[in-house]
Design a protein around this ligand. Structure first.
Ligand SMILES: Nc1ncnc2c1ncn2[C@@H]1O[C@H](COP(=O)(O)OP(=O)(O)OP(=O)(O)O)[C@@H](O)[C@H]1O
Length: 251
């Protein structure tokens, strides 16, 4: 469903992804872990077409996202537009429209991007808000909701175009500790009950261990270890993975 082949991303002289090879199969739930600055968010931003790679190939569901030509700026392609409608992304900061209610945030893309009739979009959005436990708060604006509730609205919003792939970028790291569990419960339910492909960048190691089919350890822009959670958390092959987990789990 997702493939990075020989992908390099540099910001000026700073190489953030270094000849990365990485794939995710349809329906797989994959967590990305690694130290700050190792390139984890950049991978998600490239998939959302918010960044372009410097070189290499990125494919989503068979579509190559960029047609990179040496010396030319990357151009918008039909594959990029198709991909954006196939992928939902949940950011650290909830990314909701503050002047719209929870319900209006969820129906916004189906109505304005897809041209769905408002009544139909509203009924699907209410099902999504119920799924994330917020149907009673549908008429509230983000400022009237807790951070955890706002993030659950953001998950419903990201699901509104019925994506085949969901990307989560440290979805609980901006939350007060007592609100983290509610958001993780929603992501866990999605992981267990849907056949969506899911890619999660997280510092919640125990959660990654619990929900992932595979865990990929990043360091300096490369996937240095890739395996089932039992390997990564129980018996990592790389010393760097061992050190990282020791530092994070002892903190
Ligand atoms: N637009 C940009 N311009 C310049 N440098 C950038 C840009 N975006 C990211 N970087 C740099 O690229 C590196 C990798 O960033 P990225 O956000 O992918 O790391 P990360 O592994 O997600 O880190 P964290 O866990 O702290 O979020 C960082 O050193 C960052 O400063």
């Amino acid at each position: 469903m997702i493939s990075f082949s020989n992908v390099t991303k540099a910001f000026g002289q700073h190489v953030v992804l270094n000849e990365l090879d990485f794939t995710v199969a349809p329906g797989e739930k994959v967590s990305i872990i690694g130290p700050s600055g190792s390139g984890k968010t950049t991978i998600l931003r490239i998939l959302m077409t918010l960044e372009s790679p410097t070189s290499g190939q990125v494919r989503v569901d068979g579509d190559e996202l960029w047609n990179l030509r040496a010396g030319q700026k990357p151009r918008e392609t039909a594959a990029m537009r198709r991909t954006r409608s196939r992928i939902g992304m949940v950011f650290q900061q909830f990314n909701l429209f503050p002047h719209m209610t929870a319900l209006e945030n969820v129906i916004e893309a189906p109505v304005h991007v897809q041209g769905k009739p408002k009544a139909e979009a509203t009924s699907s959005a209410m099902e999504l808000l119920e799924m994330v436990g917020l149907s009673e708060h549908a008429r509230k604006r983000p400022g009237q909701l807790s951070g955890g509730q706002q993030q659950r609205v953001a998950i419903a919003r990201a699901m509104a175009l019925q994506p085949r792939v969901m990307l989560f970028d440290e979805p609980t790291s901006a939350l007060d500790p007592e609100l983290v569990g509610g958001v993780l419960n929603v992501i866990r339910d999605l992981a267990h009950s849907t056949d969506m492909t899911m890619l999660l960048v997280t510092h919640e190691m125990r959660f990654a261990q619990e929900i992932s089919d595979r865990v990929v350890m990043f360091d300096h822009g490369a996937a240095i270890e890739d395996g089932p959670p039992s390997q990564i958390f129980g018996n990592p092959t790389q010393e760097r993975t061992r050190q990282f987990l020791h530092a994070v789990l002892e903190a």
